[in-house]
Design a protein around this ligand. Sequence first.
Ligand code: ADP
Ligand code: MG
Length: 293
Amino acid sequence: ATPTAVMVGTGVGASQGVLIKGGQALESAQKVNCIVFDKTGTLTVGKPVVVSTKLLKSMVLRDFYELVAATEANSEHPLAKAIVEYAKKFREDEENPIWPEAQDFVSITGHGVKAIVRNKEIIVGNKSLMLDIKISVPLDAEEMLTETEAMAQTGILVSIDGELTGVLAISDPLKPGAYEAISILKSMDVKSIMVTGDNWGTARSIANEVGIETVIAEAKPDEKAEKASGYTVAMVGDGINDSPALVAADVGMAIGAGTDIAIEAADIVLMKSNLEDVITAIDLSRKTFSRIR
Ligand code: ADP
Ligand code: MG
């Protein structure tokens, strides 16, 4: 392709909300035959909401959520925001709630959070976090987790003073058009993989809904960066924890609504935050670099 063709290509991209940072990025996109998608905020809308709560101990829901929200108010995680948002509904000061003070707040990346609130030790996170710190997960909690995961929701456990007290189910639906985008990629002979820090059960359910067969769940950020060998790989992500993978991939594509760090790390930015534009980018590259016969 001539420099002019590359300029035209990036210009057309920009006019369609696909920001291509230079000729190299545009050229690499045509060779992509495998795409690794982050789950939360990339395949899903990324605005999770609490859809149900199960208490395993006798406790007033308002008091339970006050302790949980006081802890999660210190976390930037989308799940934390969903929990705090939901907890507001139980309060009189709903508009501007003042949560009790949380001391010794700790965030355990990819697992959850803990803090001391009203002299109680509150731990909020996934099952592996509870097992790591030797909090036993009773059978009814296990059962609720399994049901939650089968419905493509994320189950979050709450422990108060070392006792498992509640299970929250959190839903984050697929983006409109996600299924269609994955099936078009299939028809273009591009393999799709989903990678997430979320648990295997939820990950598999979401992958089934969107039509992705290959799943990597319970992944740490550095594991997200591991390359599928023998493929030219594009990574599509939105989070801070996706940025190492966006850099490591042959082509990094950031969701426009994502974090600044992901946008900086990427070669291509999908300003409309939809998945159809992954195809727009590949098409544009193929058209720019295919020889005119
Ligand atoms: P993702 O790939 O979806 O961004 P993360 O690595 O950020 O996943 O988190 C993985 C899992 O760790 C979440 O699905 C959740 O179970 C748990 N987790 C992380 N942060 C929190 C939090 N602040 N509160 C509760 N659970 C959390
Ligand atoms: Mg994400």
